[in-house]
Design a protein around this ligand. Structure first.
Ligand code: SF4
Length: 344
């Protein structure tokens, strides 16, 4: 049976008209589905019992469920989330003193093949539906209220999958999250993180969504980056930079470069110089992300001196740099680890 959440407001309106109902019923149902995140047609109490039964004969709601929940001593909560067809993705709640961030997945597995990533080992099974993305946000909002007594404040598309490879549903889910009559999230608190597909970056810039963009760079030396992220061989860094400049000129939003520094991979002065040259071409800042190892030993977090060297040289060059400490180190924190385990 079809999930009623695949219908747009217009389609819902047509559906109710076809049932001989008033068009405003569509708005009532839409509100239950997208503003209240209700997962039961039966509980739509402002509809008659008869109408609810009629709808339930044709449509269903396929909510996500939490299959496994891991809590870290630092407050991070990692959810292994089960989809209606039994596939698993991960959704993580990351708390700080002042905010709660939801890290959501956009695909089951991933179409790309970054060497350092646990998700890359799961082949891409399918794209997530709009409702499956929104459900992750609603789930983490509920967990934030339950465990931290405050609503969710930020959303990052940094979970499993490359958001740009599920472009249509990611964009639609952002529209649902930011709809003032729905969840009402501020777009400025939503970050789409991409491994860099120039055409899609340009498309997203044209959407006028007012979200932020993060780009997983990891090396500004072309050859090295192509080894770390083999698919990126198709997209030269100059082409990616042009799309980032297009993003900035269209949205006015600076780019965040996500960057891990790995021992014996990208921890030299030459790497830093290349990064500085890259950053200077577009308004941007750098997030140095501490790496959660995935167990094969090839990629290891660099030592403290190498990290400090990065910070010193970037700051000297006038580039804003933040260190993002690893969270959830005592649980399967690296994206894809939990789902990998379940598929063993
Ligand atoms: S890092 Fe992101 S884009 Fe690369 S394989 Fe992992 S999930 Fe996919």
């Amino acid at each position: 049976m079809k999930d009623i959440r695949t219908l747009s407001l217009e389609q819902l309106t047509q559906y109710f008209i076809s049932l001989g109902e008033k068009p405003f019923r569509a708005k009532q149902v839409y509100d239950w589905l997208w503003s209240k995140n209700l997962h039961s047609i039966e509980e739509m109490t402002n509809l008659s019992k008869e109408l609810r039964e009629k709808i339930a004969q044709e449509y269903t709601i396929n909510p996500i469920t939490v299959d496994e929940l891991q809590k870290s001593t630092d407050g991070t909560i990692k959810n292994g989330v089960k989809l209606h067809d039994g596939l698993l993705v991960e959704s993580v709640l990351i708390p700080t003193e002042t905010r709660t961030t939801a890290c959501v997945s956009s695909q089951v597995g991933c179409s790309l093949n970054c060497e350092f990533c646990a998700t890359a080992r799961l082949k891409r099974m399918r794209n997530l539906e709009v409702a499956e993305i929104v459900d992750q946000v609603a789930l983490i909002d509920r967990q934030s209220k339950l465990y931290f007594d405050r609503p969710l404040s930020n959303i990052v598309f940094m979970g499993m999958g490359e958001p740009m490879m599920n472009y249509k549903n990611v964009v639609e889910s952002i529209k649902k999250m930011t709809d003032p009559t729905g969840m009402g999230m501020s777009p400025r608190r939503i970050t789409v993180s991409t491994s860099g597909i120039p055409k899609m970056i340009r498309m997203l810039a044209d959407e006028n969504l007012r979200v932020k963009l993060a780009f997983s760079l990891h090396s500004a030396i072309e050859k090295k980056r192509n080894e770390i992220m083999p698919f990126s061989g198709k997209f030269p860094l100059t082409e990616i930079m042009e799309s980032l400049q297009y993003w900035y000129s269209n949205t006015g939003n600076p780019i965040t470069f996500e960057y891990c520094v790995w021992k014996n991979i990208n921890d030299t002065d030459e790497d830093i110089k290349a990064l500085i040259r890259f950053c200077k071409q577009v308004p941007s800042k750098v997030n140095l992300i501490q790496y959660n190892p995935i167990g094969d030993g090839k990629y290891d977090q660099c030592n403290k001196e190498a990290e400090e060297n990065y910070v010193r040289q970037l700051e000297k060059a006038g580039i804003t740099v933040l260190i993002r400490r690893s969270r959830g180190g005592d649980i399967d924190a690296a994206c894809g680890q939990l789902a990998n385990k379940s598929s063993d």
